[in-house]
Design a protein around this ligand. Structure first.
Ligand SMILES: Cc1cc2nc3c(=O)[nH]c(=O)nc-3n(C[C@H](O)[C@H](O)[C@H](O)COP(=O)(O)O)c2cc1C
Length: 302
């Protein structure tokens, strides 16, 4: 069962740029290039990782309906982005039926869940298990894989400090759902030993890496989003650091490895495959240059 899920992950996947249900984010869906990307994703059966949901509705920094919060997502040079979105979402109960609709339309969706360790480990694990049940209920046999986001830089939780909690949570999900294909999404702040321990306890794949904290990419500059923790950098400016992390990670684990962060063109995708990626993910490119992302999806998945 698990290897068959692995085979179904497309060479190029779209990570979070198609929203909480994987069908696309409004108002991007008004753009012809983004619509072309949606068509390419559906037609090629590209894997879509949803934007993170939390068990319960969560209000982050960026609220789509509130223009005063739009400053929390910014463009950077070199096809980059800085965001402090902060995991605003309507909760799993609301997202799961929408994911089901996206599946019914032909999208190949893997839900992404953010366990809220800030609430305490036991509660976060309990909520994660409840979320799994909600996905099972709404998606039925279509729910075969889950991505656990252990790497958001835009939350109160310090990323590298969640290692013990993340391992406990993964262990519990693994033991109760032995057939669920589990993907852990890592940060550049995580030690490689975390990845190795995840492998040991039975995670099926790793996705590395999430956006990189601003102060790591630009150590000499003050982030324009300093008042909300600095935000995470993605796209071009994050590429060299992400590539370096993934090169080392490939040496440390044998797991199915989805490499991403910093892809701005087909050459970057190729570079990740040359490092030994089993799949490559795109996010920022899909938002900044959706037509270029569509071409990559067609080239590698077509
Ligand atoms: C605006 C924005 C929102 C994001 N939201 C999430 C999220 O909810 N969950 C998550 O795991 N990653 C999230 N990411 C991270 C991306 O999925 C991706 O891992 C990261 O941006 C690095 O890849 P890229 O350089 O191709 O964008 C977000 C990225 C951006 C730019």
């Amino acid at each position: 069962m698990i290897p068959s899920v692995q085979r179904q992950i497309s060479p190029v996947a779209i990570s979070t740029a198609l929203g909480h249900d994987g069908r696309g984010i409004f108002p991007y869906t008004l753009l012809p290039g983004y619509r072309r990307l949606l068509a390419a994703v559906r037609d090629t059966g590209a894997t879509v990782f949803t934007k993170s949901a939390t068990r319960d509705k969560r209000r982050g920094n960026f609220i789509p309906a509130n223009p005063l919060t739009w400053k929390y997502i910014r463009r950077l040079p070199d096809l980059g982005m800085l965001n402090a979105y902060g995991l605003t979402n309507d909760g799993v109960e609301a997202c799961a039926p929408d994911i089901r609709r996206a599946c019914d339309l032909g999208f190949k969706i893997i839900p992404n869940l953010y366990p809220e360790f800030v609430k305490g480990t036991a509660i976060a694990i309990q909520e994660t298990l409840a979320a799994v049940e909600t996905y099972r209920q709404h998606l039925g046999p279509l729910f075969r894989a889950l991505e656990l986001n252990y790497s958001c830089p835009n939350s109160e939780e310090a990323i590298a400090k969640n290692v013990v909690q993340a391992l406990q949570c993964t262990r519990k999900v693994r033991s109760l759902y032995p057939k669920l294909f589990l993907i852990a999404k890592l940060s550049i702040c995580h030690p490689y030993e975390f990845a190795q321990e995840l492998q040991r306890i039975g995670v099926n794949a790793l996705h590395a890496v999430n956006t990189i904290p601003y102060n790591i990419v630009f150590p000499l500059q003050r982030s324009p989003l300093n008042e909300v923790g600095g935000g995470g950098v993605s796209g071009g400016p994050a590429g060299p650091l992400a590539l370096r992390y993934n090169r080392e990670l490939r040496q440390k684990v044998d797991l199915f490895l989805i490499m991403g962060c910093g892809v701005t063109g087909a050459d970057d995708v190729k570079r990740y495959f040359d490092l030994g990626a089993d799949a490559v993910s795109l996010c920022t490119l899909a938002l900044r240059k959706p037509q270029a992302a569509a071409r990559i999806v067609l080239k590698f998945n077509g």
